[in-house]
Write a protein that binds this ligand. Structure first.
Ligand code: CO
Ligand code: CO
Ligand code: CO
Length: 348
């Protein structure tokens, strides 16, 4: 390629920040009739990460799709990040991803075909790392470019991990630091160091495979991955489905690089305000809650980490295993109680 391609110049919002607002999504989903079939084990009723369908007593299929506009400049890295994000919903349910289809929107008049090939190559390499075979796909001519996968995974019907599995008395564990949209917004303004940008990209490319393996080893039943609706938004979906309250201590939430200070520079993407607007009626904001920490709770994550609940007796062993797996920022960030009138209690 003669001229270096910069995908970020083509989009205003990339990655999971480009999701429609959670409020609008709920309004739309009201019109979608839910099929009734005893083999449907998980559907959109609990707003879970993926749908699950029983094939027989020992096998169910996990089905999910995600795609979005570029979240970084380099086509190959964009392919890697988008594939890691798409596959993540299978890991969040405790499944083993097996097969995938490419979903691609590509502006053939505005980008050289090499960029298309690089995106697909990045997706292929990340899928291969996950043990996923891409066996087809679909492309249409469209601007801006968008890429993702539809993924099929296997799971035992009795071992599904869902939003509905958090129990009072559990602790909440997060496996990746927060701040991908803040870092990206800061990068566009030239406020982010190379090392912080590299760290954000490394985390977005990182599969939730090893985190999911730890969840399975310790028989975790309540989990989600943290993506476009932000930490508080996905925690809210978990609390609602589990009919519990979640206490989150924002000071314990690991952050990417300089995310906290970037808020002071105005690096708050529009998606954060949409996420806040959707969730705030169900959240108790502690008096004196730090504004930066509050907005970080609503930062849209692209290919974020796993958020799961565990009984307290297992937590130190789980953290040890997550560390051994290289998830060095894994932290306990809060706890689960019986429902106390609000679903989320957000504290400093
Ligand atoms: Co998800
Ligand atoms: Co998803
Ligand atoms: Co789930």
């Amino acid at each position: 390629m003669s001229k270096k391609i910069d995908l970020l110049q083509m989009v205003e919002y990339g990655g999971c920040s480009a999701k429609i607002s959670p409020k609008l999504l709920e309004d739309i989903l009201k019109y979608l009739p839910l099929p009734t079939d005893p083999n449907i084990l998980v559907d959109i009723d609990t707003h879970d990460d993926a749908g699950v369908y029983r094939v027989n007593d020992s096998l169910a299929l996990v089905l999910t799709t995600d795609f979005f506009p570029p979240v970084c400049s380099d086509p190959y890295e964009f392919g890697q990040i988008s594939a890691a994000n798409s596959i993540s919903d299978v890991y969040a349910m405790g499944g083993d991803p097996v097969l995938a289809l490419n979903i691609m929107m590509f502006p053939s008049a505005k980008l050289p075909v090499e960029a298309y090939a690089e995106i697909l190559k990045g997706g292929y390499d990340k899928a291969t790392e996950a043990g996923v075979r891409i066996i087809g796909g679909h492309t249409i001519d469209d601007f801006p470019p968008k890429y993702g996968l539809a993924v099929v995974g296997y799971i035992h019907p009795d071992k599904i991990i869902t939003n509905a599995g958090a129990k009072s008395g559990d602790l909440l564990i997060l496996t990746k630091p927060i701040g991908t949209a803040i870092i990206l917004a800061g990068h566009r303004l030239g406020l982010v160091s190379d090392s912080d940008l590299e760290e954000a990209k490394r985390l977005m490319k990182l599969l939730n495979k090893s985190g999911a393996a730890v969840m399975k080893k310790f028989n975790i039943r309540g989990a989600t991955d943290v993506t476009g609706f932000g930490l508080a938004g996905h925690a809210l979906k978990m609390a609602r489905a589990s009919k519990v309250s979640l206490n989150i201590r924002m000071n314990d939430v690991p952050l990417i690089g300089n995310s906290y200070n970037l808020i002071d520079e105005g690096c708050i993407p529009g998606a954060s305000f949409r996420n806040l607007e959707y969730a705030e009626k169900d959240i108790d904001f502690a008096s004196g809650l730090d504004y930066n920490l509050k907005m970080i709770a609503f930062d849209a994550q692209t290919s974020g980490g796993l958020l799961f609940s565990s009984s307290q007796d297992k937590v130190s062993n789980i953290l040890e295993d997550l560390n051994t797996a290289g998830l060095l920022n894994s932290k306990v960030i809060g706890s689960v109680t019986e429902y106390k009138g609000k679903y989320i209690y957000l504290n400093n």
